[in-house]
Design a protein around this ligand. Structure first.
Ligand SMILES: [Zn+2]
Length: 242
């Protein structure tokens, strides 16, 4: 493109997406009189899932605005907590976010995840069909038009990823109510009902069990319980203090 130029300034939160704007936080880009502002921002590298308000000469405009030469654009980050209207808040995670998926489920947050790679088109279609917010570190995936909603996961560390999602969306937490393996809901179970999944020691040491209503997996306060308890504790207190 070599049409008239506009000046685009990015909020600091968005600088990581725009290497060429990193030094000054701003970039000049040409307009063609046809492309929307949303498209231009995206072509500079910023997923629209991360964009909040778009201001042109200080006035908010929709992503469909067609910029004219000489305009000065300010790109704001998405606001926290982010509201996602139109369906109960639930998530879909890409194949790289397995640990985050299990932690969200541990907290009772409805989280779809497959450990086999479904591929971008199928993930995007699933997000649309089930009205799930797709979480990913893949910007190409977040650009797919079919997505119902999406969010970029900034950290590579599961502990920080969990905090990000909790801070951004403030989902309602209901710890110990979902199967971390399949996202199914848990129900209380008797020792007899889960007996065939228990080893001798477990059989003797525990009396309180739960079972997944979808896959049948049994749960009890076993060896990893303290570690899981700590994750739940941190998440709950952080959400309460927010
Ligand atoms: Zn299950």
């Amino acid at each position: 493109m070599n049409g008239p130029e506009i000046h685009v300034e990015f909020a600091p939160e968005l600088h990581l997406f725009v290497p060429r704007a990193r030094a000054t936080g701003a970039a000049r880009t040409a307009t063609d009189g046809v492309s929307t502002l949303g498209h231009l921002v995206e072509s500079l590298g910023v997923p629209l899932t991360e964009v909040g308000a778009l201001l042109v000469d200080g006035r908010e405009v929709p992503a469909g605005h067609i910029p004219a030469g000489g305009e000065s654009v300010r790109v704001q980050p998405v606001q926290h907590p982010q509201r996602v209207p139109g369906a109960p808040l639930r998530f879909l995670l890409d194949v790289h976010l397995g640990t985050l998926a299990r932690r969200l489920r541990l907290l009772g947050v409805d989280t779809a995840y497959e450990s086999t790679d479904l591929g971008d088109p199928a993930l995007a279609a699933l997000s649309a069909a089930e009205k799930r917010v797709l979480l990913s570190r893949d910007r190409g995936l977040l650009r797919r038009r079919e997505l119902w909603a999406g969010a970029y996961v900034y950290s590579t560390r599961p502990e920080e990823q969990l905090q990000e999602v909790l801070d951004r969306f403030r989902p309602e937490l209901s710890p110990w109510t979902r199967c971390t393996a399949c996202n199914g809901l848990l129900r209380a179970a008797t020792k007899d009902e889960v007996a065939e999944q228990l080893k001798g020691g477990t059989q003797r040491s525990y009396d309180v069990f739960a079972q997944c209503t979808a896959c049948g997996r049994a749960y009890w306060r076993g060896a990893h319980h303290e570690q899981l308890e700590a994750i739940v504790e941190r998440a709950v207190s952080r959400t309460r203090d927010a």
